[in-house]
Structure formats: structure tokens, C-alpha cells
Write a protein that binds this ligand. Structure first.
Ligand SMILES: [Mn+2]
Length: 329
């Protein structure tokens, strides 16, 4: 199916009222990059545009152009048009928004559909779609700031061009963005090479909890509250830690359990490598997500919660082997 970009361009061109750009809670490089690229472009086009979201900008994205213009939701304003970037609907924004009309630019499967939405689940990132939209509208108006924001979402959602959502089109877009002034080395350094020493100390403690289960197919990590307290870090600093468990050869299900301040609730992030749908594991505990990246919350003691996760992961692995005749062991 050919995804039509023209309707959303026409809709944006026609809007002379107040436009809100927003993204999901716990925002990532794709959501923030997409919002800021649209923000600068629409400003250039003389639109009355505001960008706002529920949470603060994570430290690793504080270098993005115009990041200081992102407001905190809720805003005491009614908008004529709201564009939800990189989310399946307004409910993922997790803050009240007053708007006469809501559209989406997104690459997630499912969610609400409106006739002028611009959604393509095959796109490597939402910023890839923003890039296509802006190129179709006015390629000459794309400057180095806009290119930097689009490139940021492209590398954060593709694991720096390593995941299976990368194809020729992703590199073609990257080439275009570099030509427009995006600096790959600068952007990667700002996102990935500004770790604080205490975050590395937290990582060291977390990696010491590594366990391998079920013939090497499952890997687990634990972040106890005391690790966070001893290193003077925050829960957000554990972002990406689960990927160390995922990176182990032969592992098909990786998870990390992060202890909440109440000490009885654990926030669990699960990662797969394409063979096992980890979303099915998260769903058993009332969570959800993507096939290869999902999450849930579980209450209980550390060993009890870990045992439940391993049991459920084992069941899902066995079910997948039977259904798909995957030979993993
Ligand atoms: Mn995305």
C-alpha cells in the first residue's frame, strides 16, 4: 500500500490557527527529533506552532536545536490542530491536551486512524516520515538544524543502522540529511558518548547480577534500589542497560528488572532478537509493547519476580518453537 503524504501536507498548509506538536511520555530521540524538525520547519512557513510534552528532555538529547522551546504539558490552551509524533494516539501522551483536531505522524502498528494521518509501520523511524513529508513540501527549507533532528531519530530508532528496520531507503535519507548539514560524528557523540562516571558505576553493579537461563536462551539483569542510591544516579540512567543482556550470543530473551522506590514493585524491560515475541511475555503480566521490545510491572520479591519471568519466558519460547518450528536449542 502506498502511504499518502499529500493529505497531511495539505492539512498543515491550510491550518492558520494554533498547532500543537507533542509526543509520548518517556520521550525518545525519535519523538523529540520529529517534533523539533516539524517545529522549525512550520515556524519557517509562518505557522503558529508550539511543542510540548509531559516529561523533561532526557540529558542525551539536550543538544538538539530548539530543545529549550519544548514546553511542559498540560498547557492552559486550546489548539486548533495537534500532531502526535511517534505514538499510536493522544492517550500515549499521558497529559491532558485540548484540541479541535488530532492527527498522527507515526511508524507504530495499530492505534487510532484519521484520514489525514501519515502512518507507515514499515518506516525505520518517525523522523524518516517527517523527512519525507518536509522533502515533499519544500526541500529547500530543510536546514542543518532540521536535518540534525531528523537524523537523531533515524539513528536512535535503528540502533545506529544496526536493526532489521534498516534498508536502502534509510541510508538514502541519511545521505540527504548529511548533505543538508547533519553531522553524524557530532550527533553520535552527543547521544552516546556523554556518560557520567556514576552511570558506569551503576552499570558495573547491574552487570554483576547477570544470569543466564534455559540453555543460554534467556539472560536477566537486576537493578536493586540500593545500586541507584549508592551511585547517586536515577532510574532513567538504566536506559539501554538491558541491551548488554541482549547482546550475548545465543540469547533470544533478555530482561532487566528495576526496583521502584516502594521496593516491592519492579519495572521490567524485555528485549528479543526477532525470534521470540517478548511482547507476549509482557502481556502475561498486564504489560505490552513491540515484538522485540516490551515492558511490564510486577510486584513481589526479587527472586519470586525473576522466577515468574523466567517461567513465562520459557513457556513463550516453547510455544514459539512448536508453532514456528524454530530450532533454537
Ligand atoms: Mn519511533
Amino acid at each position: 500500500m502506498e502511504i499518502e503524504v499529500v493529505p497531511i501536507i495539505e492539512r498543515l498548509k491550510a491550518e492558520n490557527g494554533k498547532i500543537l506538536l507533542t509526543t509520548h511520555e518517556n520521550p525518545d530521540g525519535d519523538g523529540i527529533g520529529g517534533m523539533l524538525a516539524l517545529y522549525k520547519f512550520l515556524k519557517k512557513k509562518g505557522k503558529n506552532v508550539v511543542c510540548a510534552m509531559k516529561d523533561d528532555v532526557p540529558y542525551i538529547y539536550n543538544f538538539l536545536p530548539f530543545v529549550e522551546n519544548i514546553k511542559k504539558l498540560p498547557l492552559n490552551e486550546t489548539f486548533d490542530l495537534t500532531i502526535v509524533v511517534d505514538a499510536v494516539g493522544l492517550h500515549r501522551v499521558k497529559a491532558p491536551v485540548e484540541s479541535k483536531e488530532v492527527l498522527r505522524i507515526d511508524h507504530h502498528l495499530g492505534g487510532d486512524f484519521n484520514k489525514s494521518d501519515y502512518i507507515d509501520p514499515n518506516a525505520p523511524s518517525t523522523t524518516f516520515l517527517v523527512g519525507k513529508l518536509l522533502r515533499e513540501w519544500d526541500e529547500d527549507a530543510i536546514d542543518s538544524d532540521i536535518a540534525t533532528c531528523i537524523y537523531t531519530g533515524l539513528i536512535t530508532d535503528t540502533g545506529s543502522f544496526r536493526y532489521n528496520n534498516v534498508d536502502e531507503k534509510a541510508f538514502e535519507m541519511a545521505k540527504f540529511l548529511v548533505k543538508k548539514g547533519a553531522n553524524p560524528s557530532y550527533i553520535s557523540t552527543m547521544i552516546f558518548e556523554r556518560n557520567k562516571p556514576n552511570v558506569i558505576k551503576l552499570l558495573t553493579k547491574t552487570l554483576s547480577t547477570l544470569e543466564i537461563h534455559y540453555n543460554g536462551l534467556i539472560a536477566s539483569l537486576v537493578v536493586r534500589r540500593e545500586f541507584i542510591e549508592q551511585t547517586g544516579t536515577t532510574e532513567e540512567d538504566t536506559e539501554g542497560f538491558v541491551n548488554y543482556a541482549r547482546s550475548i550470543e545465543g540469547v533470544e530473551v533478555a530482561f532487566i528488572m528495576i526496583q521502584k522506590p516502594d521496593r516491592k514493585t519492579w519495572r521490567v524491560s524485555l528485549r528479543g532478537k526477532g525470534k521470540i515475541p517478548v511482547r507476549e511475555i509482557a502481556k502475561k503480566f498486564g504489560g505490552g509493547g513491540h515484538r522485540d521490545a516490551a515492558g511490564c510491572r510486577i510486584e513481589g520479591g526479587e527472586y519470586e519476580v525473576k522466577r515468574k519471568l523466567i517461567e513465562t519466558a520459557t513457556q513463550i519460547i516453547q510455544k514459539t518453537i512448536v508453532e514456528k518450528e524454530h530450532i533454537l536449542i
